[in-house]
Design a protein around this ligand. Sequence first.
Ligand SMILES: [Zn+2]
Length: 202
Amino acid sequence: MADNSVKEIDDLVKIISRLPGLGPKSAKRIVLKLINNREELIKPLTNTLAQVYKKVVRCNICGNLKSLDSDCTCTSKTYDQICVVENIADMWVIQNTGIYKGHYHILGGTLSSFENKKKGNGLLIESLINRVKKSSVKEVILATSASIEGETTSHYISDSLKDSKVKITRLAKGVPVGGEIEFLDDGTLFSAFKNRAPLAND
Ligand SMILES: [Zn+2]
């Protein structure tokens, strides 16, 4: 059987099918579209990807993405609230709803067990504590998921901040148990935000 596959195309299909929501079929369609539009698509895409690769980094204070060309928004003092989320996708969901205007802090995951707390598991928890202590932030809104890990993380943060004067709130229980922020509908998220309550440490 004659193999008329082109290595370069196969390689590209393989990479693209690793993107979220794309299987080999849609990856092939995308590759074909790209090849048929070399100047309009491949060229700008190549340049843009190179720029993103070179310049977009994670801020080691707030965990957000930033460009090396500019300061991270976390250095501004525009808002007096910080919303703590697990990942960037969660932040984008909250931003899209327009419910909340304030700073964000992206932990990069959740604590899963007591052992992990000590090491922090690579999460930006220490930096959150420092950030709160150094700033004039009045409220920390914990918007981690309603899973055991999300709750553990919330309580750990709240406990670590108990000596500061900051008000600590947690999204209301409208969030279904195990519910990840990223997959909530706007209505649920809106009421969870609106009805957020101070977190009681027991
Ligand atoms: Zn930052």
